[in-house]
Write a protein of this length. Structure first.
Length: 271
């Protein structure tokens, strides 16, 4: 029996070594910051020391400029009650804000939040980020869509996978170099996606934020909102209805001492 168990362990270990490496990271909290507990955060980005936030819910969606240190909402523009705000990206001097089921990406002028246009798209809008050349968009599936930054035309569709399996429920996005970081809806997890292949090459365990978040109960108060500060190479993380925001780094998890940690684990790649 012991020989059989050992053989199975060795087979599993061999299979794990044959798979491309996936980094196991966690959050290092650098600062705990205030955040509006009424914000149903759907999109978040950092620009020149300020945060820009898209909030959702019909009748309560908004576009905001936020002081990250104090959590103060410096500017706020309510959306039409028919719109459900979603992902947010900055292209030059324009903020592009997705809507959930309305098929419109609203274009706002950064300096005065003036609506200057809209792009149409099919399907749902969830997350959005700009990599310096093109936009990346999620719709809750395992697909990321690469879109033209100026006319929103579809350039490519990339299937995202972890250990060869599709990673469903990709939500809020942050573009960093050749990667997209994505919240996974209703999971305390962020994945780092290689945009050239769609392969997840790192998973970030953000569960340590839960006891610090003071989040309310309920299924909706989940981790969502990820913004990258390129000057510090740090991230801002928050959640829907969270009264807190966190400035963090992603760091390697302590090495595991058991063989089990060397074997691929089902990390919830689909429903």
């Amino acid at each position: 029996m012991m020989r059989v168990i050992l053989s199975l362990c060795l087979l599993c270990w061999g299979a794990a070594r044959a798979m491309p490496a996936v980094e196991r990271l966690e959050v290092e909290v650098l600062a705990v910051l205030p955040h509006d507990p009424g914000a149903f955060t759907q999109g978040l980005l950092h620009h020149q020391g300020y945060l820009y936030e898209s909030t959702g819910l019909y009748g309560d969606s908004s576009l905001r400029e936020v002081d990250p240190a104090s959590g103060e909402v410096l500017r706020q523009l309510p959306l039409d009650p028919a719109f459900f705000g979603e992902g947010l990206a900055l292209v030059e001097d324009r903020l592009i804000q997705l809507t959930w089921r309305e098929g419109l990406a609203l274009i706002w002028r950064l300096d005065d939040f003036r609506l200057v246009g809209a792009h149409q798209y099919a399907g749902e809008g969830w997350g959005l980020c700009f990599d310096g050349e093109a936009l990346w968009m999620s719709d809750g599936s395992a697909t990321l869509y690469r879109r033209d930054a100026h006319d929103f035309s579809l350039l490519a569709a990339v299937e995202v996978s972890l250990h060869g399996r599709p990673m469903m429920k990709l939500n809020e996005l942050a573009c960093v170099g050749g990667h997209v970081y994505a919240n996974v809806w209703r999971r305390d997890r962020i994945v780092r996606i290689d945009t050239s292949t769609g392969r997840i090459d790192a998973e970030i365990d953000a569960s340590a934020l839960n006891p610090l978040s003071e989040r309310p109960g309920g299924r909706e108060a989940v981790l969502n909102g990820i913004a990258h500060d390129p000057e510090r190479d740090e991230f801002y993380l928050t959640g829907k209805f969270w009264p807190t925001m966190f400035r963090v780094r992603f760091v390697p998890r302590p090495e595991c001492a058991s063989l089990q940690c060397m074997v691929p684990v089902d990390m919830g790649t689909g429903d």
